[in-house]
Write a protein that binds this ligand. Structure first.
Ligand code: ZN
Length: 210
């Protein structure tokens, strides 16, 4: 996609629907982008419908986690029995509707890496099976590259400290300097940046420079 910004500055993501304004029903004028299967953790795979909406110069991606028997049923029925639904991504409109949907799908999928990952493609039309496969491949390759680059910083001061403290630091794959480590005394992981010597815990809302 030439001349399209894959990482728009005005991109807003809410993959876990934490903001009440996004936790609303999929609007009627949102069109199906694709139906896919996603894995939630180790064993649970559910169908998910993604919808695209272009409205007032803004592109939006809406997601609905569906019941197992939902694919093939009418849209109203699928949405009426959805586990949850809401607006997961938005940004200023770019290119064709398919291009806009691809940009938001890529950003959403990248943000859920490590938690939720597409396992299969069921139907388009806006995001085709070919596009779906290509984006997943590109994201996996980017993740692997980031892990390799982070491993080259394994002797950064903050990583050495984390290792000495027994916090099991390991590359996160989100960026070339992103690491995970155990949050001391807690059962969750925090983030470390190996090039800026900073850490932050999204659960404890703590962060600091070392
Ligand atoms: Zn913490």
């Amino acid at each position: 996609m030439p001349n399209l910004n894959q990482h728009p500055d005005d991109l807003r993501l809410d993959p876990w629907l934490k903001q009440p304004e996004n936790r609303v029903s999929v609007p009627d004028d949102a069109e199906l982008a694709c139906l896919q299967e996603i894995s939630l953790g180790a064993v649970d795979v559910i169908p998910e419908a993604l919808y695209f909406r272009r409205h007032d110069g803004q592109d939006e991606l809406w997601a609905a986690g569906l019941r197992h028997g939902a694919p093939g049923k009418p849209r109203e029925e699928q949405l009426a029995t959805a586990y949850q639904q809401g607006r997961v991504a938005r940004a200023g409109s770019q290119g064709t509707r398919a291009a806009g949907a691809e940009i938001l799908f890529r950003a959403l999928t990248a943000s859920r890496h490590g938690h939720v990952w597409p396992k299969g493609f069921l139907e388009g039309p806006l995001i085709t099976e070919t596009t779906h496969r290509r984006i997943l491949g590109e994201l996996e390759a980017e993740h692997d590259r980031n892990v390799q680059e982070a491993e080259a910083q394994a002797e950064a001061a903050i990583i050495i400290v984390a290792r000495r403290l027994g916090l099991r630091p390991e590359p996160a794959g989100d960026s070339p300097s992103a690491w995970y480590a155990d949050c001391p005394g807690k059962s969750h992981r925090l983030m470390i940046s190996s090039n800026s010597n900073q850490f932050g815990c999204g659960y404890c809302r703590k962060g600091r420079r070392c």
